[in-house]
Design a protein around this ligand. Structure first.
Ligand SMILES: Nc1ncnc2c1ncn2[C@@H]1O[C@H](COP(=O)(O)OP(=O)(O)OP(=O)(O)O)[C@@H](O)[C@H]1O
Length: 289
């Protein structure tokens, strides 16, 4: 169950569905993470994935990447069954710092993402260089583009990972907490880059985050996972006290104040980056365009 707006509806996007999940269920052993998920993500649509720790948000992205198999149901990308290693799916993994001794420089990481064989023909070197330069500029990485990855801060590495994920001109972008380690200014830089890219290309975005506020103005729909249950809808439909209380099976309060959404009372409130004290400017309704 779940896609409350129906498989074809989307509040602000009428592009084609790039991703379709039908009756999808994911189990690890005896444990069902989530079940009966129906979801269409359309070209240009921004879907935020929120939920409790361990509810299966990262695993959902991995299922879409073909890295873990669905226990039942189907997942299709551009009308075809999901296959591992699809270059048209960009992925920003949950933050992992580069190991000491990784011989890559910042710009090499981005270059790895640039598709050297678009439409079956290798891109000329000059064109590849220009693509890398443009991406480095977009994430403001010029000052450290020649530094070894292992010498960069978590936030600097994170910006490069986003650039790399966009380099292959994806039709679908999967981001697993891409704003972690970024200060407020760079949270805005990265969110706006994702937002601009999804409109320009257009590409569908699935964006796992513990804090919706930095992206609230961009979000078309929210997919909320908790206790094995799922709710999908606009932020106004899902981020409500009654909806989240039902989902968690205990009282949860959603407070909207000065354009911020604050969720109080979820069992994982104590998690260090639960991020339920959300900040944003403008009211959610105003922001959603
Ligand atoms: N390959 C696997 N085999 C068995 N269990 C797994 C596997 N991958 C993940 N899990 C378990 O599935 C649960 C969900 O993990 P997942 O990383 O998807 O959660 P999450 O919602 O992204 O959590 P968080 O908010 O803490 O990042 C966890 O309990 C995890 O230990």
């Amino acid at each position: 169950m779940t896609d409350d707006s129906g498989p074809t509806a989307s509040p602000s996007c009428d592009g084609e569905a790039v991703l379709s999940l039908r009756d999808a269920t994911l189990r690890f052993g005896e444990r069902t993470l989530w079940s009966h998920l129906d979801l269409d993500v359309r070209a240009g649509e921004f879907v935020a994935i929120l939920g409790a720790n361990g509810s299966g948000k990262s695993s959902l992205l991995k299922a879409i990447l073909g890295q873990v198999a669905l226990s039942s149901g189907t997942a299709t990308f551009l009308g075809r069954p999901i296959a591992r290693g699809n270059r048209r799916i960009g992925y920003v993994p949950q933050q992992k710092l580069a190991d000491e001794g990784v011989p890559l420089r910042a710009q090499d990481l981005v270059a790895l993402g640039v598709d050297g064989h678009r439409f079956g023909f290798p891109l000329p070197n000059r064109q590849r260089r220009q693509a890398v330069d443009a991406l480095i500029r977009q994430v403001h990485a010029q000052p450290y583009r020649r530094r070894p990855l292992s010498l960069l801060s978590g936030g600097e590495q994170q910006r490069l990972r986003v650039a790399q994920a966009l380099a292959g001109e994806p039709r679908l972008l999967l981001c697993d907490e891409p704003l972690l380690s970024l200060d407020l200014a760079y949270q805005a830089t990265i969110s706006e880059l994702v937002d601009t890219s999804r409109r320009a290309n257009p590409l569908g975005v699935l964006f796992v985050t513990h804090d919706i506020n930095p992206v609230l103005s961009m979000v078309d729909r929210v997919l909320y996972l908790a206790g094995g249950q799922i709710r999908v809808g606009t932020p106004d439909e899902v981020l409500r006290s009654d909806v989240l209380s039902e989902l968690y099976g205990s009282r949860v309060d959603v407070i909207r104040t000065h354009g911020r959404i604050v969720v109080v009372g979820t069992p994982d409130d104590t998690h260090p980056h639960a991020g339920h004290d959300h900040t944003a400017t403008g009211s959610p309704a105003e922001q959603r365009r």
